[in-house]
Design a protein around this ligand. Structure first.
Ligand SMILES: [Zn+2]
Length: 95
Protein backbone atom coordinates (compact mmCIF):
# COMPACT_ATOMS: atom_id res chain seq x y z
CA UNK A 1 0.00 0.00 0.00
CA UNK A 2 1.53 3.27 -1.11
CA UNK A 3 0.39 6.87 -1.20
CA UNK A 4 0.64 9.33 -4.07
CA UNK A 5 3.33 11.97 -4.12
CA UNK A 6 1.57 15.38 -4.21
CA UNK A 7 4.23 16.78 -6.57
CA UNK A 8 4.56 14.18 -9.34
CA UNK A 9 1.46 12.06 -8.64
CA UNK A 10 3.38 8.79 -8.57
CA UNK A 11 2.66 6.22 -5.86
CA UNK A 12 6.02 6.41 -4.18
CA UNK A 13 5.23 7.19 -0.53
CA UNK A 14 4.88 4.26 1.84
CA UNK A 15 2.50 4.50 4.80
CA UNK A 16 5.37 3.52 7.04
CA UNK A 17 7.30 6.59 5.85
CA UNK A 18 4.33 8.83 6.57
CA UNK A 19 3.97 7.45 10.09
CA UNK A 20 7.62 7.44 11.06
CA UNK A 21 8.79 10.61 9.36
CA UNK A 22 7.49 14.11 9.70
CA UNK A 23 8.54 17.66 10.32
CA UNK A 24 12.09 16.86 11.37
CA UNK A 25 12.90 13.85 9.22
CA UNK A 26 11.31 14.57 5.87
CA UNK A 27 9.78 12.09 3.46
CA UNK A 28 11.53 11.94 0.11
CA UNK A 29 9.82 10.95 -3.12
CA UNK A 30 11.88 8.34 -4.96
CA UNK A 31 10.58 9.55 -8.32
CA UNK A 32 10.86 13.36 -8.34
CA UNK A 33 13.15 13.71 -5.27
CA UNK A 34 10.75 16.19 -3.64
CA UNK A 35 10.95 16.54 0.12
CA UNK A 36 7.54 16.18 1.74
CA UNK A 37 6.02 16.99 5.13
CA UNK A 38 2.53 16.26 6.51
CA UNK A 39 0.16 19.23 6.26
CA UNK A 40 -0.87 21.05 9.43
CA UNK A 41 -4.10 19.03 9.61
CA UNK A 42 -2.39 16.61 11.95
CA UNK A 43 -2.42 19.35 14.62
CA UNK A 44 -6.25 19.36 14.40
CA UNK A 45 -6.22 15.59 14.90
CA UNK A 46 -4.00 15.88 17.97
CA UNK A 47 -6.33 18.60 19.30
CA UNK A 48 -9.38 16.34 18.92
CA UNK A 49 -7.51 13.44 20.45
CA UNK A 50 -6.66 15.51 23.51
CA UNK A 51 -10.29 16.58 23.98
CA UNK A 52 -11.64 13.03 23.64
CA UNK A 53 -8.98 11.62 25.96
CA UNK A 54 -9.78 14.18 28.65
CA UNK A 55 -13.48 13.31 28.31
CA UNK A 56 -12.68 9.61 28.71
CA UNK A 57 -10.44 10.06 31.74
CA UNK A 58 -12.89 12.31 33.59
CA UNK A 59 -15.83 10.04 32.80
CA UNK A 60 -16.98 7.55 35.45
CA UNK A 61 -16.52 4.43 33.34
CA UNK A 62 -15.12 0.99 33.97
CA UNK A 63 -11.36 0.75 33.32
CA UNK A 64 -11.88 -1.89 30.61
CA UNK A 65 -14.27 0.41 28.75
CA UNK A 66 -11.76 3.24 28.92
CA UNK A 67 -9.04 1.02 27.48
CA UNK A 68 -11.27 -0.20 24.62
CA UNK A 69 -12.34 3.35 23.74
CA UNK A 70 -8.73 4.57 23.90
CA UNK A 71 -7.54 1.79 21.57
CA UNK A 72 -10.39 2.41 19.10
CA UNK A 73 -9.67 6.12 19.18
CA UNK A 74 -5.99 5.50 18.50
CA UNK A 75 -6.80 3.29 15.47
CA UNK A 76 -9.29 5.87 14.18
CA UNK A 77 -6.79 8.71 14.44
CA UNK A 78 -4.10 6.56 12.84
CA UNK A 79 -6.38 5.92 9.84
CA UNK A 80 -7.35 9.59 9.72
CA UNK A 81 -3.69 10.56 9.70
CA UNK A 82 -2.86 8.13 6.89
CA UNK A 83 -5.85 8.86 4.63
CA UNK A 84 -6.97 12.43 5.45
CA UNK A 85 -3.81 14.34 6.32
CA UNK A 86 -2.18 15.26 3.04
CA UNK A 87 1.48 15.70 2.30
CA UNK A 88 2.93 18.99 1.20
CA UNK A 89 6.11 19.88 -0.60
CA UNK A 90 8.66 21.06 1.90
CA UNK A 91 9.81 24.62 1.34
CA UNK A 92 12.97 25.84 2.95
CA UNK A 93 12.09 28.67 5.34
CA UNK A 94 13.98 31.86 4.62
CA UNK A 95 14.18 33.76 7.86
ZN1 LIG B 1 7.23 12.80 -6.51
Amino acid sequence: MTLKCPVCGEKTISINDKLTKGKKKRIKCSNCKSELVPSNWFIVLIFFQTIIYSLITTNDMHIAEKIIISVLLFILLLCAFIYIVSLEKYEEENS
